[in-house]
Design a protein around this ligand. Structure first.
Ligand SMILES: [Zn+2]
Length: 147
């Protein structure tokens, strides 16, 4: 005698009818039917989630590091940049490396707002005038004595 396995409770049973019987009893058939229905609902509910899980989002594009190039419009700007950088470096590299004080910031502010800055890599003129970078015009101007 051939035995069937109930598709709901997985117990073996002897088929009472000739046609293929999937379940051992009407109870199992009914429960299986309801289970299948609820599974279908679940499957329907889960579909978007599953899709989301399997459809991996492409990694966000790496933020492009924008490197601001120093304006090469005028050599004066570059000179001013290095000049200011030197000034800032000298201000913020005190002997004992202590944090910047209010006085330091005042000095820095003065340096940044000052119009004329002595240019160190341009030789002094024959008449003794010193080269200064004019922050307002972007020109190097010669002046006698320190500004
Ligand atoms: Zn059963």
């Amino acid at each position: 005698m051939k035995y069937y396995t109930c598709e709901y409770c997985f117990n073996e049973f002897e088929p009472k009818r000739r046609r293929v019987q999937k379940y051992c009893s009407a109870t199992c058939r009914s429960k299986a039917y309801h289970l299948r229905k609820s599974n279908q609902n679940k499957t329907a509910d889960l579909t978007p989630i599953t899709t989301t899980m399997h459809t991996a989002l492409p990694p966000p594009p790496l933020p492009k590091t924008k490197i601001e190039s120093i304006s090469t419009a005028g050599i004066g700007n570059a000179a001013a940049g290095s000049l200011l950088a030197d000034s800032i470096k000298s201000i913020f590299t005190p002997l004992d490396n202590k944090p910047a004080t209010k006085a330091d910031f005042k000095l820095l502010s003065d340096k940044l707002t000052k119009r004329y800055h002595l240019v160190k890599n341009i030789p002094t003129r024959q008449d003794g005038a010193l080269p200064y970078f004019d922050m307002e015009t972007g020109n190097v101007v010669y002046m006698r004595g320190r500004v």
